[in-house]
Write a new protein. Structure first.
Length: 217
């Protein structure tokens, strides 16, 4: 289950839960459900946009080994998240700094930024990092050693503000394909109230180019 993935892989994996066909469904989640339903049905679980579980096939017992196997696949993309307060407590400007490591391979990517609310709705042990909103995406093209900033303004609703310590921003850089499977090259998660990142991408899943600090575009 999603909670087990967070508990076991929380320092290495970002988990985003999509509620569908219940009172917590948002339009973005419904769009994703409809997209998958057109050809395979709505998946129970996906990792990196590649491996999938459709209604428990493969079974939940395969999730952990599949996740471990996927973590061994290298990437040359890094992502760091930051936040700047807006005009009120519920408004924040969120920036994803996306880079391709020196010595990596230039590529085009689609950048996503989403708000997640952990333990939502309350009372269910498996409700982890529930998707509350997704900002408009941005397609970018990066050469090796280059970086780009993608900034979006988030306004958190009353439900999120009432449990602000459980709010996080999740970002991911994915292959900009029209149809899946579309590989997720990198992801990151930033938690309130101090907007600190759980997952630091420098050197994470390195593609043999080694750890690095800052690269000017």
């Amino acid at each position: 289950m999603a909670s087990d993935l967070v508990d076991q892989f929380g320092s290495f994996v970002v988990v985003l839960g999509l509620h569908c066909q219940d009172s917590n469904q948002i339009p973005w989640n419904a769009d994703r459900m409809n997209y998958y339903t057109n050809f395979l049905g709505f998946p129970t679980w996906m990792i990196d946009g590649e491996l999938d579980s459709w209604s428990g096939t493969p079974p939940w017992s395969a999730w952990d080994p599949d996740t471990t196997a996927r973590l061994a696949i290298p990437t040359d993309v890094t992502m760091d998240l930051s936040a700047v307060p807006g005009p009120s407590a519920d408004v924040w400007d969120i920036t994803a700094t996306v880079c391709v490591e020196p010595g990596g391979l230039g590529k085009s990517m689609r950048i996503y930024l989403a708000e997640a609310l952990d333990h939502f709705p309350a009372g269910a042990h498996f409700t982890r990092n529930g998707n509350r909103q997704v900002a408009p995406t941005e397609d970018i093209v990066l050469a090796a050693g280059a970086c780009v900033d993608v900034t979006r303004t988030f306004t958190f609703d009353a439900t999120s503000m009432a449990a602000f310590e459980d709010v996080s921003i999740i970002g991911w850089a994915q292959d900009d394909l029209t149809f899946g499977p579309a590989e997720v090259f990198q992801a990151s998660q930033m938690w309130t109230p101090f907007w600190t990142e759980d997952i630091f991408s420098d050197g994470f899943e390195s593609n043999g180019t080694g750890s690095w600090s800052w690269v000017e575009p």
